[in-house]
Design a protein around this ligand. Structure first.
Ligand code: SAM
Length: 288
């Protein structure tokens, strides 16, 4: 894993007009309002042709080159996360030698904004981050969508840090947006116990994300079995594919997976995850 992208990226050169928007007159509802007509996902979502949104040539009014929207919240949220975590005495543990599954590096706000759009997360959903690290994804989803958010984290130190960060950030976000924030719950424990609970598969709209690339294969396998019981309409975003749909024999080996899920492949944009500046693959499976 490499260091996180520099925050002073050349993409973030702020013009006075844009600074004015960021600091004062920018709509603060959290809602993305305008989409540039030429900014679209390209691709079919099949393995040989994943959906892709290249970086924009010019930054939008919020100084973001990642979003399809004319105004977005990416840089606002990036600054909010940086100042909140800097203000706390507790610091995130990102790596523990010999336990690679405990690596706690994160998706960046630019990815999360895209994820919210692609998974169509709304206030009617409960959003889960299974392996939530310092909770940063939950906070942005709560702020931008109003969805109830549940994070599960194995490392008690990082779970406690996430709770402290939300307690510190929540009143600031409420003042900034003029809205009450939804519930954000951080569960300290093993995600396999949470997804084994009947409440996890009970009726209700659900959107789930898991940064599972370093999880043991057995855990990803258990998740893939458990997600089959989730309500129709549930959306699951993962990085290590839950269902090996790229193999020609996959549908013969595991026909149920293909009956129960619509599977789409995506490429994440460069500079949108903390563990690399390069692009990579992720998947969204929708329960049908
Ligand atoms: C790569 S981080 C992802 C953080 C965050 N979800 C994100 O994408 O920005 C993966 C996290 O999963 C946690 N984790 C690993 N195994 C877990 C388990 N069995 N139950 C709960 N959390 C787990 C790790 O401690 C780590 O914080």
């Amino acid at each position: 894993m490499v260091a996180s992208p520099a925050r002073s990226s050349p993409m973030r050169v702020v013009s006075s007009r844009k600074r004015q928007i960021r600091e004062g007159s920018m709509p603060n509802s959290g809602v993305i309002i305008l989409s540039a007509p030429d900014r679209k996902e390209i691709g079919t979502g099949k393995t040989h042709d994943p959906m892709r949104l290249a970086l924009a040539q010019d930054a939008n009014l919020s100084d973001c080159v990642h979003c399809i929207a004319t105004i977005c919240q990416c840089n606002y949220f990036e600054d909010m996360l940086a100042s909140t975590f800097a203000s706390l005495r507790k610091k995130r543990v990102t790596e523990i030698a010999g336990s690679r599954h405990l690596c706690a590096k994160s998706l960046l706000p630019q990815f999360v904004t895209r994820m919210i759009r692609l998974m169509n997360i709304t206030e009617k959903d409960t959003f889960y981050d299974l392996g939530c690290g310092n909770g940063s994804i939950l906070f942005q989803v709560a702020y931008m969508t109003g969805a109830k958010c549940v994070g599960v984290e194995l490392l008690p130190h990082n779970a406690e840090l996430a709770r402290e960060a939300w307690n510190s950030m929540k009143p600031i976000l409420e003042r900034h947006s003029g809205r009450k924030m939804p519930e954000v719950e951080i569960v300290s424990g093993d995600l396999s116990l949470v997804i084994n609970d009947p409440a996890f598969i009970a009726d209700g709209n659900k959107a789930v994300m898991t940064s599972n690339m370093l999880f043991p294969k057995s855990l990803t396998h258990f998740m893939s079995e458990r997600f089959r019981a989730m309500p129709v309409g549930s959306r699951i975003l993962c990085f290590d594919d839950l269902y090996p749909h790229s193999r020609s024999v996959a549908a013969i080996r595991d026909p149920e997976a293909f009956q129960k899920f619509d599977m789409m492949d995506y490429i994440w944009q460069e500079m949108s995850v903390e563990w690399t500046t390069a692009e990579g693959k992720f998947y969204i499976h929708t329960r049908v």
